[in-house]
Design a protein around this ligand. Structure first.
Ligand SMILES: NC(=O)c1ccc[n+]([C@@H]2O[C@H](COP(=O)([O-])OP(=O)(O)OC[C@H]3O[C@@H](n4cnc5c(N)ncnc54)[C@H](OP(=O)(O)O)[C@@H]3O)[C@@H](O)[C@H]2O)c1
Length: 258
């Protein structure tokens, strides 16, 4: 359902993005990969199995308007019949309480997490309209449903992305453009490895309150992106799809799994 469809992955060499690129490539999609550093991209994709991956890459600071407009120019021929956008840019993990959070970090995180989604969706979303429709997938987090201390900056950024998702969906539905977000719970990745492994009881307690009794994988996330980018989800827009093994709907106070 994505065969030969052109899909832009914005922020293409994070853990999620690489898995998504591999999965879309396997399904026959044609990729445009944008990211901040060519060096990091080449290193990350060398074992990706994507033939000719070097030629699919464009260097871009996706939080900067000039740079995104320049990307649009450079990819002009490729984006004529663009079908999909996957927004994967993210600010590094930041864990401080409201009283400790610095304004400089606050502004930088919003620039990276929120401005990138705004700019890429605004500038490349027009290509989806011109092509007669398409799909945008954004990433938020389970934190916007239920959170814990010291994640205020992350939660604020992801809540803003959720707002963009809903507002854009109602504006562009008439062009057959769909906009959805994925809200992952903990997924095994470089971002969460430290958190999951720093204290052995963290993982045990997490699993105890997760109905499906497992931590999500990058493959689980890539499958959902594939679904949202394909016509199998053609009547779904403006939605937040939570992928957390059921954690966020659990109100039971004891372990499910013993
Ligand atoms: N992992 C989880 O369990 C989890 C859970 C909930 C939600 N999420 C969300 O899922 C998304 C993907 O997560 P992930 O683990 O794949 O994140 P990640 O590995 O940290 O990837 C983020 C990517 O964004 C890039 N980036 C940052 N600023 C940029 C800019 N200005 N221009 C272009 N690229 C830029 C980074 O490149 P550089 O390295 O060069 O800066 C990096 O490759 C994120 O939005 C994250 O918040 C993840």
């Amino acid at each position: 359902m994505v065969k030969e469809k052109k899909i832009l992955i914005a922020g293409c060499y994070g853990d999620f993005a690489k898995e998504i690129a591999q999965s879309l490539h396997k399904a026959g999609a044609s990729l445009i990969l944008a990211g901040k550093s060519k060096k990091k991209f080449l290193e990350k994709y060398k074992d990706s199995g994507i033939k000719g991956f070097e030629k699919l890459f464009f260097e871009c600071d996706l939080s900067d308007e000039e740079s995104v407009l320049d990307l649009e120019k450079k990819t002009n021929k490729l984006t004529k019949d663009l079908h999909g956008i996957v927004n994967c840019v993210a600010f590094p993990a930041y864990t401080k309480s409201i009283f400790e959070t610095e304004l400089a970090a606050w502004n930088e995180a919003f620039k990276v997490d929120v401005n990138s989604v705004f700019l890429v969706s605004k500038i490349f979303g027009k290509h989806l309209v011109d092509a007669g429709g398409g799909s945008i997938v954004n990433f938020t987090s389970f934190h916007i449903k239920a959170t814990y201390p010291n994640r205020i900056l992350y939660n604020a950024c992801k809540s803003a992305v959720e707002g963009i998702t809903r507002s854009m969906a109602v504006e562009v539905g008439k062009y057959n453009v769909r906009v959805n977000s994925i809200a992952p719970g903990p997924i095994y990745s470089s971002r969460t490895k430290f958190f999951l492994e720093q204290n052995p009881t963290v993982k045990t307690k997490m699993l105890a309150r997760t109905p499906l009794n497992k931590i999500g994988t990058l493959g689980d996330v890539a499958d959902l992106v594939l679904f949202l980018s394909s016509d199998y989800s053609k009547h779904i827009t403006g939605q937040q799809l939570v992928i957390d093994g059921g954690w966020s709907v659990n109100a039971w106070f004891e372990s499910f799994n013993t």
